[in-house]
Design a protein around this ligand. Sequence first.
Ligand code: SAM
Length: 237
Amino acid sequence: MNAKDLSLRLQKAAEFVPQDARLADIGSDHAYLPVALMLQEKISYGIAGEVVVGPYESAKRQVAKNGLEKSIDVRLADGLEAVELSDQVSAITICGMGGVLIRDILQRGKDKNRLSGKERLILQPNVGERQLRQWLVNEHYTITHEAIIEENNKVYEVIVADKLSKAPEYSAKELFFGPVLLNDKNAVFVAKWQHKLEKSEKILASLHQSDQDVAEKIQEVAQEIEWIKEVLADAGK
Ligand code: SAM
């Protein structure tokens, strides 16, 4: 396999891995990402971390098939417990999971002292981007790059975070859309938010019909609709 065999989603995440990185890919069923990057000579060392035995064995087979056992360690572990500080990992990829799950993996990793703060985080949440960005900001990461792509009729975002000397400040609106994406609204971004606008307007209409106490939810969805309209109007300029 090589990098071109990766899904577009993983290719996009791979682009943000620094040259010669020591990479830990967490949730690495098949180890596709570290194997492709090692074959490309983009990383100098890899860890493929998996918590489930079946995918862990697939990752081991993929690494062996490519003769990379000496340069990629496949480890059966929960989240960042696959990583020791002595591994001197310089980049961590966590792709293809919900943003809340990725956030929880990072939080547990931090609690268990598995993050040095020097490693670049390259994250590809399938949903829950806002909650993930909120965690990054709370932990004083700067969102240095973002990308949005479409593959097989699904939209995926990649969020790259680095700890820089100065902690950033982001508005709630930036965390909702992505501070980098907000400054570079491509066609996929616009289509995503047009679709979301339609959904949110339907949700708001049904909330107005509700006989429960949903005043807070109405306010939240109405705020989101206002932001989306503003951003789409701005993208049309
Ligand atoms: N990263 C690959 C990708 O993007 O194509 C695989 C995505 S797959 C949907 C999610 C993988 O993450 C599964 O193999 C699952 O077992 C693994 N996973 C989920 N929670 C995990 C955790 N806490 N630690 C390690 N692996 C985990």
